[in-house]
Design a protein around this ligand. Structure first.
Ligand SMILES: [Zn+2]
Length: 178
């Protein structure tokens, strides 16, 4: 006889700039199966452990259109947002702030992002939802959406700043430290 064992969520390794799944567009999700529920739980725990305020499925090597965001880092359960097959309904304004990424640890740059967005998508139970984000939340939504399109923040940085980051990453990679 087996006793019911609740599976504990697992931390998944976070891919880094240069790993192929980060640089390809992700595919839309079909049914939210038990495997997808497990993936979502793992992504949430991986985001909190990092710690980070957002994580997209391609960052853990799964090429599906799904991301999680929590500006409270797990301190306020109502701040946790799971978006499946998200799409922008509205985007307006512009903000310029420093930004980083769990897939580019140790680097940041100023990135232009919308000031306010409306994102539609499904939640983890498959229900349609529309979420509004302003300021940092709008930035997080746009950052994670970029991951689903195979783009990292550094891809939105131009000129010498971008070249400097890419060059340092290559140097670290050559030295086996990336
Ligand atoms: Zn990121």
């Amino acid at each position: 006889m087996r006793s019911p064992v609740r599976r504990l969520s697992m931390l998944r390794p976070i891919l880094r700039y240069g790993d192929a799944p980060l640089h390809r567009p992700a595919e839309p999700l079909g049914d939210i199966t038990p495997e997808i529920q497990t993936l979502i739980d793992d992504m949430i725990q991986t985001m909190y452990a990092a710690p980070g305020i957002g994580l997209a499925a391609p960052q853990v090597g799964v090429p599906l259109r799904l991301f999680v965001v929590d500006l409270s880092l797990g301190h306020q359960s109502r701040d946790l947002i799971v978006l499946v097959n998200p799409r922008f309904v509205e985007r307006e304004g512009m903000q310029l702030e420093e930004e980083g990424c769990l897939s580019l640890p140790g680097f940041n740059a100023t990135v232009a992002r919308p000031q306010r967005v409306l994102v539609a998508g499904r939640d983890r139970d498959g229900r349609e939802q529309v979420v509004e984000g302003t300021g940092l939340l709008a930035r997080a939504f746009q950052h994670e959406m970029d991951h689903l399109d195979g783009r990292l923040f550094v891809d939105r940085v131009r000129g010498v700043k971008r070249q400097a980051i890419v060059r340092k990453v290559r140097k670290l990679a050559r030295a086996g430290r990336w």
